[in-house]
Design a protein around this ligand. Sequence first.
Ligand code: ADP
Ligand code: ASP
Ligand code: MG
Length: 401
Amino acid sequence: MSLIVQKFGGSSVANAERVMNVAKIVTDTYKKGNSVVVVVSAQGDTTDDLIEKANEINPNASKRERDMLLAAGEQMSIALLAMAIEKLGYPVVSLLGWQAGFETSSAYTSARIKRVNTDRIMKELDKNNIVVVAGFQGLNRYNDVTTLGRGGSDTSAVAIAAAAHADLCQIFTDVEGVYTADPRKVKNAKKLNTISYDEMLELATLGAQVLNNRSVEMAKKYNIELEVLSSMTNAPGTIVKEAVKMEKMLVSGVAKDTNVARISVVGVPDVPGLAFKLFSKLASKGINVDIILQSIGRDGTKDIAFTVAKENGKEAVAIMEDFISVVGGKSVTLSEDVAKISIVGAGMESHAGVATKMFEALFDAQINIQMISTSEIKVSVLINADDADKAVSAIHSKFFD
Ligand code: ADP
Ligand code: ASP
Ligand code: MG
């Protein structure tokens, strides 16, 4: 007998029919003699709708109250799925995050899981119950409900798998696995049979939303093998695991991230310590900087451009305007019409010319590159947002056709 964690995302439980379909998958697993813990997200667009409802009443609502509201989405799903499982005649219990033992940091709307106390889950499994747990939520040290950030229920599932020493963690979604690009955007995207934690982590961080990046980080840390598969078909999915004996794919995928803003700080003094001071200002406000470009100094001045997440764009500009009013500088500009396109592959560290091939694809499509950033397993470029889908297709064709 195995302990299996199965997670179902929003689209997999979007309506009554889908909920019944999930109940069928879960009870089929249970019937085979397995213990099953199920993690579910809010139905369909429920989380977006709840955010809209909050903003209708108070766009400046506190994060505590936002979490109280957002957690309701998953509360609905667990009860509905439990009812569906009851209907099929199987023993089941639904648990909210706190009932399932999720202890988190106190950072409302982006809490981190500190620990999962699995006592209650284990007790319920001992009673032969199927356990249905609300993803995306937990309780902080003030006994307040917290949420883990968008897409967080993947992490809930991996955390249970780690804490309960599960034999298998399956992430069911609305596509058949992890593809070489978003299969909804790129027609000939190919499904990967396996992908390493490191490559999956890069892809997820660089915009492939099929798995939340923190869930991959946690899976790697606790060596939890993940299977990403469809709740709608029976096709085998993608296994995410340690890279041992895996063929190093030159490029395993192309990802797009449109949650980017570019800030240019023009004409700052070309003196030692300037970059340090500039980026310290941003860091002190908790703003993460991604790609950085600095021009060669000329006539005693230089330009520095960098990218941040879109929601930090305006604040970063204000900080930079403040900064140049003190140290000197010409102007600060913000561009929100940008997108970051990346290729990821563990094989590129030992192969020359991968970046060149990507740049050639962009040249062929007449797409201008604004910024470039590379590491041993990825190359990212910043381009005009309007060109993003065209760029992904062009790059994907170059590497995979
Ligand atoms: P869920 O609701 O199940 O959590 P998500 O919407 O969060 O599902 O993630 C699944 C979606 O991720 C797919 O519908 C697909 O459009 C998108 N996606 C983006 N990049 C990829 C990729 N490389 N492989 C598979 N899916 C991807
Ligand atoms: N319902 C939450 C969201 O939409 C969590 C999740 O789906 O993983 O972000
Ligand atoms: Mg998701």
